[in-house]
Design a protein around this ligand. Structure first.
Ligand SMILES: [Zn+2]
Length: 362
């Protein structure tokens, strides 16, 4: 299967943090802060893990779909009485039969036949993975909707890893205060990820658009400006590409040596102090002061989503048919990404953390 399991489509993901982002490690830490965030184990640079991205997006596709279809879904009994040997066949034969065409304002991916039995439980963790996929009880992942097929599900009789792969979102541009205003640091290896060749500066030196500032402070570090960078306007993140709503100019960007990047990022994270509130009295709990670190607002991340070609899954079990088309999955992701701008990702979203603006580029 591995050879046939080709990637059909790669979507580039650019994300701008419009709030500080806190994706916790879930434990307490003895040290500078109480609530630490997830980091890459090798570089020690904070990131948004692909699993967090997949988990939230799964939820947002369900919200986006149910918003439009929940009062239009047929009864389970009607599906069951339809012709067909499997639930998958019955769903295909039923095909939104009682939905008048005049009433259809649903885009094609929302009409995916499996969505006829999508439910809110298709988001989140399956609470009944011990049930069979065609079990009648209205619990757990349905195993048929675009979310279960796209993001994967696991039931007693069948497991499916899904058709979507989410990479981690790594920091591409990180905002740092300088005496010339806020600048965004990056490195030549990070630029290479998005297809830009830029020479790395020498040790302990930096490269700017102007190249002649002499020295510049990045937070508390004071570094020599070595030369100009040729980082140009042509890249998507800078301008032109109409799908990208946030921009950086070449003047905003500073290239730093690889070994300094982690250092600068880690010493310029947000550290917020909060208090736990006692829900009974509404007052601060005694001794409940805690600190949390977060990736600051203005950070720009980069990652990838791969959609695997369903042709690669030929010979798959009857129960998994039909699979959504890659275009349907792409549109589902696009139409639901707006939830990141309101509901966000990660922890403390009720305390003004977590909102992201996401752009998807085919
Ligand atoms: Zn489902």
């Amino acid at each position: 299967m591995s050879e046939k399991n080709n990637v059909v489509k790669k979507l580039e993901v650019y994300a701008l943090a419009t709030d500080p982002i806190h994706i916790g490690t879930g434990g307490y830490n003895i040290g500078r802060v109480d609530n630490t965030i997830v980091r890459d184990p090798i570089t020690n640079i904070p990131k948004i893990p692909g699993s967090s991205l997949a988990g939230t997006w799964r939820y947002y596709v369900v919200l986006e779909t149910l918003k439009d279809i929940k009062d239009k879904q047929p009864d389970w009994q009607d599906i069951k009485n339809e012709n067909g040997d499997t639930i998958g066949e019955k769903l295909e034969n039923y095909d939104w039969k009682n939905l008048p065409s005049s009433d259809i304002k649903l885009s094609s991916w929302k009409r995916f036949v499996g969505n006829q039995i999508m439910r809110i439980k298709c988001a989140g963790q399956d609470d009944t993975p011990d049930k069979n996929s065609d079990s009648e009880e209205n619990t757990g992942h349905c195993g048929h909707c675009i979310v279960c097929k796209g993001f994967g599900f696991s039931k007693r009789d069948i497991s499916w890893q899904g058709m979507l792969f989410f990479s981690d979102l790594n920091i591409l541009f990180f905002p740092v205060f300088t005496y010339r205003g806020t600048k965004w640091i990056t490195t030549s290896s990070r630029l290479k990820e998005i297809g830009i060749e830029e020479e790395a500066p020498s040790e302990n030196k930096i490269r700017t658009k102007q190249g002649d500032e002499g020295h510049l402070n990045l937070g508390w570090l004071y570094l020599e400006v070595e030369s100009r960078h040729t980082f140009c306007n042509e890249i998507k993140i800078c301008n032109k590409q109409e799908n990208i709503s946030f921009t950086l100019t070449p003047e905003d960007v500073i290239i730093v040596p690889e070994n300094l990047f982690s250092h600068i990022v880690n010493s310029n994270l947000e550290v917020r102090t909060s208090v736990s509130i006692d829900p009974i009295t509404g007052a601060a709990k005694e001794g409940a002061l805690f600190t949390s670190e977060a990736i600051p607002r203005g950070t720009i991340f980069y990652g990838e989503i791969r959609i695997f070609d369903k042709k690669g899954f030929e010979g798959l079990e009857e129960k998994l048919k039909p699979l959504p088309k890659d275009k349907e999955l792409e549109d589902a992701l696009k139409d639901s990404k707006h939830f990141y701008e309101t509901l966000g990702i990660g922890g403390m979203t009720t305390r003004g953390f977590g909102r992201l603006k996401i752009e998807l580029i085919p």
